[in-house]
Design a protein around this ligand. Structure first.
Ligand code: PLP
Length: 294
């Protein structure tokens, strides 16, 4: 088994990532009927793992599913996946699917919910050079699936809107995309939350989003370091006049946006507030309350 490329936990066994396969009848695959979470390991330590597991458990409860493993077993499985591949920096995903219904049944209550997990080398939305320079963002013509249909606080695989938006951005030569609520407010992008800085005040959308663990960390660090910070509706027009924009994700941390819809943001280089928070975010990885050594 070649675990160096990643390790997975499927159907009660550990397996190398290239061998991991799903049962085709699992509704997680057939109907996107699943929730998941992604935590990361940095320099041999999980970052805020309990916050990720708390969010995962809340999503499972909202979907009326139950995890077939205890919280202790779940933690042990995630640690084991990372230990097997020997990675110091890893992207670690836990998944709960509706599972497979009784033969011939279309009733979700008959499904046996399933648990899967895997660890692979750390994945980032932008490579280190792009992170340093900043990346370009396009405001999408695609509206985010309404919260009244799919609850965005449950981390989910309903990504048709994001993927359509991404192609729209790529077609214009941009790196990524942010979706809107159809009422001229920005929400979030494929795998990230968004922040803007205007006249010294930091703002991030308050509703219609996944409450990211990186977003939460940034809010806490910003308040602690006496930045003015608000969770509120953020309009497209405000974003266009921002001095600084950055996105936040487990997959990469804090990533500066230096072009929006083809126009330079601020000075065209990552701004001082973004860089300050980015430094604080990576420093926070040494906070013993937020890390679990492998
Ligand atoms: N929003 C969406 C839709 C996401 O999928 C993600 C992460 O994948 C985020 C925001 C950022 O969340 P976190 O900081 O917990 O990675």
């Amino acid at each position: 088994m070649n675990y160096s490329i990643g390790a997975a936990f499927v159907d009660g066994s550990y397996i190398s990532i290239d061998q991991a396969k799903l049962p085709i009848m699992d509704w997680g695959f057939l109907r996107s009927d699943a929730t998941y979470d992604v935590a990361h390991v940095w320099r041999g330590r999980f970052f805020r793992l309990d916050d990720h597991i708390d969010r995962f458990e809340r999503g499972i409860a909202k979907l009326r599913m139950s995890l077939p493993v205890s919280r202790k077993e779940l933690r042990d499985i995630l640690f084991r996946c990372v230990q097997l591949c020997g990675l110091q920096d890893a992207y670690v995903e836990m998944i709960c699917t509706r599972g497979i219904p009784l033969p011939g049944s279309r009733d979700p209550r008959t499904c046996k919910n399933a648990f899967y997990a895997f660890a692979v080398p750390f994945i980032s939305i932008a490579d280190p050079e792009a992170q340093r320079r900043g990346i370009s963002l396009r405001i999408s013509n695609v509206v985010r699936i309404p919260s009244s249909s799919v609850d965005p606080t449950i981390k989910n695989y309903h990504w048709h809107d994001f993927t359509r938006g991404l192609f729209y951005a790529y077609d214009q030569g941009d790196d990524t995309v942010v979706l809107t609520d159809g009422d001229r407010h920005v929400l979030e992008g494929p795998g990230f939350n968004i922040f803007m800085v205007y006249a010294g005040e930091i703002s991030t959308p308050s509703t219609g989003i996944l409450e990211g663990i990186t977003r939460k960390t940034v809010l806490e660090l910003a308040m602690k370091s006496h930045h003015l910070v608000k969770e509120r509706l953020v309009s497209i027009d405000e974003l266009r006049s921002a001095d600084e924009i950055f996105i936040t994700s487990t997959a990469g941390g804090i990533i500066p946006i230096t072009r929006l819809d083809g126009k330079i943001v601020g000075s065209g280089a990552p701004g001082s507030t973004t860089l300050d928070l980015k430094a604080r975010y990576w420093d926070a990885h040494n906070n013993p309350e937020w890390n679990d050594p492998i």
